[in-house]
Ligand binder design. Structure first.
Ligand SMILES: Nc1nc2c(c(=O)[nH]1)N[C@H]1C(S)=C(S)[C@@H](COP(=O)(O)O)O[C@H]1N2
Ligand SMILES: [Mo]
Length: 366
């Protein structure tokens, strides 16, 4: 159980680092734009391994919790050093357990789009990830002898069972393991359809059915973002600001520019993803109109009046990539208002949260 839990936490931690880095506004080492499905894969793994870890952690805690409250052996009480070591070990386990529960609980709530807290999810989940992984490494180091013995030993062996047990429990050790695998598998299959199309029909607990206008689910609707018809009507102009000045373009003028088609996914940090066929203008063709020469970051501002995703930074290597579009269409139709009409950013290998909808302004950074 511990081995699988360690594996899940390890994958979750590494893919979490990827996601955190991808969301930073500036990248000392450029975040790659290829493969276009990279973030879809890493974030899918992040949410899937996190989900699988929930039943694993619950069973693990159930099997070990009495140890946290075990009385200190009285013989050792007299020896200060032994007492200190025991207390330190319990404190480190308390930190591990608290951080692990916090991570899995907030992660689960996030993937269910439930944010009942006021702190920043990303920075808190990130900070606690280091606490959890640090405490886990200490825990593994301390328990290495026990781990080696257990992995090399027989599952049926009851040598490490609770001291003081007088009769056999209702569930055998193997039975408990099997039940846990089944629980973890059910948790994964019931939710992974949000990102694995083949599982869509069986993922009864998936937050996103994979359905939505033009075959792509909607994260925030135009109504929820406060986008009104008047903002996106005839008077709409995209503003492109660069070293040579400001260019204003209507939707018709954008449609008159060279159009390109790209098959690219929306991969939400919450764990759902879907691929779409987008059409529109290359962002670098647009920034070139305002005098950009390539390599510059571009700040994207939405028509949306407030909200954490109103302003995002499109890093230079994303701007330069031919697949990065200011999309005007999806699935052969004009973009649905809920997908960001009149136009939205769609770039390869990028967290969904940065694929800004209802774009009002592109500003080339010096
Ligand atoms: N302006 C704006 N753009 C936004 C958002 C938003 O709230 N406001 N949400 C983002 C998030 S979190 C995701 S996952 C994608 C989802 O795009 P979709 O709703 O077209 O599927 O849009 C992104 N673009
Ligand atoms: Mo998202």
């Amino acid at each position: 159980m511990g081995l699988w839990l360690g594996l899940c936490f390890g994958i979750c931690f590494l893919t979490g680092l990827v996601s955190h880095y991808a969301q930073e506004p500036s990248h000392p080492i450029p975040f790659p734009t290829s493969p276009s499905w990279g973030y879809r894969l890493t974030q899918g793994l992040h949410v899937t391994t996190g989900t699988a870890a929930i039943p694993l952690l619950l069973v693990k805690l159930w099997t070990v919790y009495p140890r946290l409250f075990e009385r200190l052996p009285s013989g050792e009480l007299r020896r200060l050093r032994a007492l200190l070591v025991t207390l330190l070990e319990r404190a480190s386990i308390a930190v591990l357990v608290a951080a692990a529960i916090f991570q899995l609980a907030t992660g689960l709530m996030n993937s269910a789009q439930w944010y009942p807290w006021s702190f920043s999810f990303r920075s808190t989940h990130y900070a606690l990830a280091w606490v959890a992984i640090g405490a886990l490494v200490v825990h593994i180091a301390v328990k290495l002898p026990v781990i080696r013995q257990a992995l090399g030993g027989d599952v049926e062996s009851s040598e490490l069972d609770r001291p003081g047990a007088t009769e056999q429990g209702v569930l055998s050790r193997r039975g408990l393991l099997r039940t846990t695998w089944v629980a973890a598998a059910v948790a994964v299959v019931a939710t992974a359809g949000s990102t694995v199309p083949l599982l869509r029909r069986v993922s009864v607990l998936g937050v996103r059915s994979g359905e939505g206008p033009q075959g792509v689910p909607v994260n925030k609707s135009a109504e929820a973002a406060g986008i009104g018809e008047q903002q996106v009507g005839e008077s709409y102009r995209l503003e492109v600001v660069g070293p040579s000045g400001t260019v204003r373009l209507s939707r018709e003028e954008l449609l008159a520019m060279p159009q390109h088609d790209e098959e690219l996914p929306i991969a939400c940090v919450e764990g759902w993803s879907a691929s779409g066929r987008w059409s529109g203008v290359r962002v670098r063709d647009l920034t070139a109109l305002a005098g950009a020469t390539g390599g510059e970051d571009v700040v994207v501002t939405s028509l949306q009046e407030s909200g954490p995703f109103r302003v995002t930074t499109l890093q230079g290597n994303f701007v330069d990539d031919d697949r990065t579009l200011l999309a005007l269409g999806l699935a052969g139709e004009p973009l649905d208002l809920d997908h960001g009409f009149p136009c939205r950013v769609i770039a390869p290998n990028r967290p969904g949260v940065l694929q800004t909808k209802w774009v009002a302004r592109l500003e080339v950074q010096a």
